[in-house]
Design a protein around this ligand. Structure first.
Ligand code: GAP
Length: 503
């Protein structure tokens, strides 16, 4: 991760927000390459999800909505995370991320060990328990640890569990529920009646506008409403680079189906759709797994939730959630707004509240998964037999921030520069194109490899026809992954690169 974070800063993918003021935790800025990368992700999703389908429409709703929306959705009452403070270190934790266990020797509790959740929670807690026993020279048989998260600690246990910050017991507070919505006030008066929230998800915009979209007459069940937009959550512990941020972007779609339709079939359909979409942006199938939420942990209205998990360098984590939410959201908004949110089936002459399947994903989490997958270090040997390490971002071409770079072989030969400018102007309307005339060609290739540019075009003396008329108006097209160069006619560049991008 350190290498990826460093490359993101060095090359202008992602910066800490407000860095000149020391940064602000949980907020990130996207630099010139990061902004292009994100735009490509958004555009590709929108093209596939909205424009490419005749059963999904796209909308854009406001970030600040009527406060009742958030009462109806359950966010005012229940959008909380359990929070724990360490009084000694002043650090704050999510209680469900602190894992602890009693240390039991010969059937007697002799102390407690704790840690922050990891890929190896049980093994690490066991090692801590062994160290605990050894340090205190306690004789007897150590029992296997039984990890629980801190929300499960009894009042008697709370003072005995060591803080993950200090390793000492006695400083952790009991878990308190903390609402993650950012509050704000609309208008000049900072009164409770004017209080509302920055949206913590885009989904409620689709439910609140369900009737308005239906009334446009454009849609018929089954159909979806999609949107892309910013969401805000005052996360207790933002972490893992952009993975858990306080401001982030979501791409969500609410797919409305009949109340007597086979929800499980549609759920499966959207899980597969999302998985295939992830593969088509270059994520490896080996890194994507499905996690089905346990029935007993689901909200009462939920029929099933499956998360597509991704193997990030810091562990397997949720990337895309696909939830079957029944008719809960529409029914709640109907109740709180007093407006019926029903669908009338013309053929069956029947009114009902549609059910919904919701694929919800974070753009930033996809961008991070793509950055982590793309990053590769390779050892290469040049013509002189010298080896070097090449850092290459192997982005899928459709997602790569820059598609083509154009180089004049030498910057101080006006005919080369002029011709290269011509080629640059030819490509620029079709692809994100970058001009580079600094240093030698080898260095320029390395630079483009590091930002994942799939193709580099070099204009040399052959292009000018200096080695004969047959090479005039041809250039070299260099492929990022194979590092092979082919000689291509300038006139063929646009169709050739367009074809490669589609392929
Ligand atoms: N409407 C349902 C919903 O919002 P969620 O699982 O809370 O469900 C959906 O969020 C997706 O949004 C997640 O799978 C993740 O990709 C992204 N996401 C959620 N919280 C995030 C955060 N703090 N930072 C970045 N992405 C986040």
């Amino acid at each position: 991760m350190e290498k990826i974070v460093a490359l993101c800063k060095r090359r202008g993918f992602i910066f800490q927000s407000s860095e000149i003021y020391g940064g602000i935790n949980g907020f990130w800025d996207y630099g010139p390459l990061g902004a292009e990368l994100k735009k490509n992700i958004r555009d590709y999703w929108w093209n596939e999800m909205v424009r490419g389908r005749d059963d999904v429409v796209g909308i854009e709703t406001s970030i600040i909505m009527h406060p009742k929306v958030w009462e109806a959705s359950g966010h005012v009452g229940g959008f909380t995370d359990p929070m724990v403070d360490c009084k000694s270190s002043k650090q704050r934790f999510r209680a469900d991320e602190i894992y602890f266990s009693a240390v039991i020797v010969d059937g007697k509790v002799v102390g407690y060990v704790s840690m922050l959740e990891s890929e190896r929670t049980t093994e690490d807690l066991q090692a801590k328990a062994e160290a605990f026993k050894r340090k205190r020279a306690i004789q007897g048989k150590l029992e296997p640890v039984q990890p629980r998260d801190f929300t499960q600690a009894t009042p008697e246990e709370i003072p005995l569990v060591p803080s993950p910050a200090t390793g000492e017991p006695g400083s952790l507070t009991p878990a308190r529920n903390f609402n993650m919505m950012f509050e704000t006030y609309v208008g000049a008066l900072r009164e409770e009646s004017e209080k509302t929230y920055l949206r913590p998800e885009t989904a409620q915009g689709m439910f609140a506008d369900f009737k308005a979209v239906l009334d446009t007459g454009r849609v018929k069940i089954p159909f979806g409403i999609a949107q892309i937009g910013k969401s805000f959550r005052n996360e207790i512990t933002p972490r893992n680079f952009t993975f858990r941020s306080r401001e982030f972007e979501q791409m969500e779609m609410e797919f409305f189906i009949s109340d007597d339709d086979d929800w499980a079939k549609w759920h499966r359909y959207w899980i597969d759709w999302c998985r295939n979409w992830l593969l088509s942006v270059g994520l490896p199938a080996s890194h994507i797994t499905e996690y089905n939420h346990a029935k007993e942990k689901l909200a009462f209205y939920s029929k099933g939730t499956t998360d597509l998990m991704f193997q990030y360098p810091f562990g397997v984590q949720e990337l895309w959630g696909i939830a079957a939410r029944g008719c809960y959201d529409l029914s709640q908004h109907a109740k709180f707004s007093g407006q019926p949110l029903e669908y009338f089936d013309e053929e069956k002459k029947r009114k009902y509240v549609p059910h919904v399947i919701e694929p919800a994903v974070g753009v930033d989490r996809i961008a991070l998964a793509i950055l982590c997958t793309a990053y590769q270090e390779e050892t290469t040997t040049d013509e002189k037999g010298q080896t070097e390490t090449r850092i290459v971002m192997r982005f899928a071409p459709r997602i790569a921030p820059v598609k083509v770079a154009v180089f004049p072989l030498l910057r101080n030969k006006p005919p080369l520069v002029e011709k290269a400018k011509e080629v640059f102007k030819l490509l620029q309307p079709h692809f994100t194109t970058e001009w580079d005339d600094r240093g030698n060609i080898g260095k320029r290739y390395r630079y483009q490899d590091e930002q994942g540019t799939p193709w580099c075009v070099t204009i040399d003396f052959d292009t000018l026809g200096e080695k004969g008329p047959e090479l005039k108006d041809t250039v070299t097209l260099r492929d990022r992954d194979t590092m092979k160069q082919e000689r291509v006619k300038i006139a063929d560049l646009v169709p050739l690169i367009t074809g490669k991008l589609r392929g």
